[in-house]
Design a protein around this ligand. Structure first.
Ligand code: ADE
Ligand code: ZN
Length: 327
């Protein structure tokens, strides 16, 4: 069996970040918005570093103005994911971009996204769940409003809460109120950390936000005691190696710590983060990991099971996914 055909589970995917460049260009044309500055001559997204990437991401997102735009985006993204063999995916959604953190507007966006996801499930057999994500560089006050949107819509589809954005803005503790609010609403928790700051940022996210998963978390490798803690506590790392290499966290795939983290007993999973920005897909991630570390089908099957076990879905859905992963 080729790696392309292996059934995959993806836990870390930003919906706007998964927007194909052609899709964004098409919407910009329809709405007469000039986005030429964010594309390279070959039509792909163009950015110089992580902070510029965030700017380009937010500029591209500015053409997504209605629930129907998000429904179209969801269809486009899930079609790509299903083509890469993904059978279950979790996507980050931000009320900042979907209705400006107004709960009524947010509900409309969520309904549109969910309906599009249900169509994709019926057509391509891919299941999606949503994780509301506050944006760190928008600050703690907006994160509170975001958490309230999340709490209002928590349920069997909207199952998680997290934080993305510029990790150098503020400290995890600044966002504790938002995470407490989300936890009390029954949402499961994840936080981006250990991507642009060192191992102390991972420990701070665990301590201050009490998350069960970490987005990236790869720089934990710089502190062996923290690696032991992650392994012992079963903290799940949503690792996105292609993203880390594209953004320059690591110079190349061989230098990426995913294999060492796994070898140390950490629960690692594999995701694409913002695939068109990083010229990647889940198939490409698997191919590069196989090339760099010699991982084979059994390794990828184990990773997919770890991902399914860590998914923020109900147990009936989890059992269904695990059955589809069984050889
Ligand atoms: N938002 C989208 N992609 C991100 C990343 N890799 N890190 C932090 N925030 C993000
Ligand atoms: Zn991310």
């Amino acid at each position: 069996m080729s790696l392309a055909a292996l059934p995959k589970v993806e836990l870390h995917l930003h919906l706007e970040g998964a927007a194909p460049a052609d899709f964004v260009r098409g919407l910009a044309r329809e709405k007469s918005v000039d986005l030429s500055g964010i594309f390279a001559p070959d039509g792909s997204y163009s950015y110089t570093d992580f902070w510029h990437f965030l700017h380009v991401y937010e500029t591209a997102t500015s053409v997504l103005k209605t629930p129907e735009d998000y429904a179209r985006l969801t269809r486009a993204v899930l079609e790509e994911s299903a083509a890469a063999g993904v059978i279950y995916s979790e996507t980050f959604l931000s009320p900042d971009f979907c209705g400006g953190r107004d709960v009524g507007a947010w509900r409309e966006y969520l309904t549109a996204i969910r309906e599009a996801a249900e169509e994709a499930e019926a057509r391509d057999g891919i299941t999606l769940r949503g994780i509301v994500t506050c944006i760190r560089h928008f600050g703690p006050e907006k994160a509170r409003e975001t958490a309230l949107c999340a709490a209002e819509t928590a349920g069997d589809w909207l199952t998680g809460f997290g934080i993305a954005g510029d990790e150098r803005a503020g400290e995890p503790g600044d966002f504790a109120w938002a995470f407490d609010c989300a936890r009390e609403a029954g949402l499961r928790l994840t936080a981006h950390a250990g991507e642009w700051r060192g191992p102390e940022s991972v420990a701070a996210a665990l301590d201050a936000l009490k998350v069960e998963r970490i987005g990236h978390g790869v720089r934990a490798i710089e502190d062996p005691a923290l690696v032991d803690r992650l392994a012992e506590d079963g903290v799940v790392l949503e690792v996105c190696p292609g993203s880390n290499v594209a953004l320059g966290v690591y110079p190349d795939w061989r230098a990426h710590p995913i294999d060492r983290l796994r070898g140390a007993g950490c629960k690692v999973t594999v995701s694409t983060d913002d695939p068109p920005f990083f010229h990647t897909t889940m198939v490409r991630e698997y191919d590069r990991l196989a090339d760099a570390f010699g991982w084979d089908e059994d390794d990828f099957a184990a990773i997919a099971r770890t991902s399914a076990d860590a998914a923020f879905c109900d147990d009936t859905t989890r059992s269904r996914i695990l059955e589809r992963l069984a050889p």
